[in-house]
Design a protein around this ligand. Structure first.
Ligand code: ARG
Length: 464
């Protein structure tokens, strides 16, 4: 049991207490952030005349060596230390002796851990943003290829009106673009440095908090030292953004699972992204899509857990805050893996164009357009709706699509119909006459695609 705080105690910590209290098993992933934060702190102490140049250099070299040894596997982080901060400091003192004992001057583990977690989360925000960008590129590629791929658009999971695959993918493009915007907002709000807040009330040393903030690429220091050590809002915002990303992925997965089913057959998931059954040889299951949909729950869980943990904590630091890590790390890992796998699955999926357009053709998705035809010939919309309703009923009884009725059959229901009705209700007309902003018409979609391409070429939103 290696602890930083034995001085005022007369007894060893109970073994179970030590284990319950320790965070090394999960905060060891912060080792790089911990070393980088310490290096900035030490540079600042030297600049302020609190450490000598010699002491600074010894500490910096010691920390760099520890970092290199951890990364090469020469040094393993073991649970004989309480947390990553104790591990780093104890190792430094082992290596360089007395100078190492000066590292923690003007610092507390409270501002240290607040910094480590913020640095880690900031990098994750950028990582997630990059993965979303990869997904958007794949979506845009599909859109470019499928501005003429007709499919049914659904409401209530009932065929509604014809759209194109490009249009459908465009809706997801918008969702994931909003997710990136959210990450960019979070980055802007979170990019302030808590280091120098001390335990809660700053320190009596003349620290230069602006300087440490600058060294670590923050916009500046967190204003209030109590807030600096007890704020985890940025993590809640990030978990909330991750939850929304998972909600979007989950809806998309649900559609892919439906589209991949024997009944729809709109898509075929690539073999590399499918799994088989141990008993039924014919099966090819969409497990990846199901797992991503399923994992959404644990990401929501991390958000709810952290909100609940924080709701009763008085200012400033309390040990409850150590609970910000395990589930948040799990959520970050889960979303990153889900995005990578989902993007790979989407990039290799086959779209069955014929099945999609047949499905649109055989579901009365052009009934609205038949009614609009009558309106354009002077029939009031409400009457037109009734007439086409009768046509649909007649067609269902005849087991025919609207396109397959003869002109005589049309005219038996309304004499307004002429031979140009077939052209007016063709799938292509239905789609391509829809040219209002955001509609699936080819010309409109091509304009949207141009704008999306320009947006993606514009760079990364979660960076300064
Ligand atoms: N492991 C702790 C955490 O994650 C580090 C901070 C400990 N501070 C303290 N005063 N015990 O929150």
């Amino acid at each position: 049991m290696a602890q930083l705080w034995g001085g005022r105690f007369t007894k060893e910590t109970d073994r179970l207490v030590y284990q319950f209290n320790a965070s090394i098993s999960f905060d060891q992933r912060l080792y790089r952030q911990d070393a980088e934060g310490s290096m900035a702190h030490v540079r600042m102490l030297k600049k302020q005349g609190i450490l000598t140049e010699e002491e600074q250099n010894q500490i910096l070299q010691g920390l760099q060596e520890i970092l290199a040894d951890v990364e090469s596997g020469k040094l393993t982080i073991t649970d004989e230390y309480e947390d990553i901060h104790s591990f780093m400091e104890a190792n430094l003192i082992d290596r360089i002796g007395d100078a190492g004992k000066k590292l923690h001057t003007g610092r507390s583990r409270n501002d240290q851990v607040a910094l480590d977690m913020r640095l880690y989360t900031r990098a994750e925000v950028q990582k997630t943003d990059g993965l979303l960008q990869d997904l958007l590129k794949v979506l845009l590629g599909i859109m470019e290829k499928h501005t003429e791929t007709i499919m049914p658009g659904f409401t209530h999971l009932q065929k509604a009106q014809p759209i194109t695959l490009a249009h459908h993918m465009g809706a997801y493009f918008e969702m994931f673009r909003r997710d990136r915007l959210r990450l960019g907002d979070i980055y802007e709000r979170m990019n302030y440095c808590p280091l120098g807040a001390g335990a809660l009330a700053g320190t009596t040393y003349p620290l230069d908090r602006e300087y440490t903030a600058e060294l670590l690429d923050f916009y500046g220091p967190v204003e209030n030292s109590m807030d600096a050590v007890s704020d985890r809002d940025y993590l809640i915002e990030y978990l909330s953004a991750l939850s929304t990303i998972m909600m979007h992925l989950s809806r998309f997965c649900e559609e892919i699972i439906l589209w991949n089913s024997n009944e729809y057959q709109f898509v075929e998931i690539d073999d590399a992204y499918s799994t088989g059954s141990s008993i039924m040889p014919q099966k090819k299951n969409p497990d990846i899509a199901e797992l991503v949909r399923g994992k959404t729950g644990r990401v929501y869980g991390a958000l709810m857990a952290l909100l609940t943990t924080l709701k009763g904590i008085p200012l400033a630091y309390n040990k409850d805050m150590q609970e910000d890590k395990e589930m948040a790390f799990d959520a970050m890992d889960t979303v990153n893996k889900s995005l990578v796998l989902f993007t790979g699955m989407l990039d290799t999926i086959t779209f069955c164009k014929e099945r999609m357009s047949d499905s649109a053709r055989h579901g009365f998705t052009n009934a609205t357009d038949a009614a609009d035809y009558l309106v354009n010939h002077g029939v009031p919309f409400r009457d037109a709706h009734g007439i086409v309703g009768q046509l649909v009923l007649y067609s269902i009884r005849q087991k025919k699509a609207l396109d397959d009725l003869s002109l005589e059959e049309y005219q038996a229901i309304s004499p307004v119909f002429e031979a140009d009705i077939y052209e007016a209700i063709s799938m292509e007309t239905c789609v391509n006459k829809r040219l209002t902003v955001g509609a699936p018409g080819k010309a409109t979609m091509e304009e949207a695609i141009r704008a999306y391409r320009a947006y993606l070429e514009g760079g990364c939103s979660a960076e300064k």
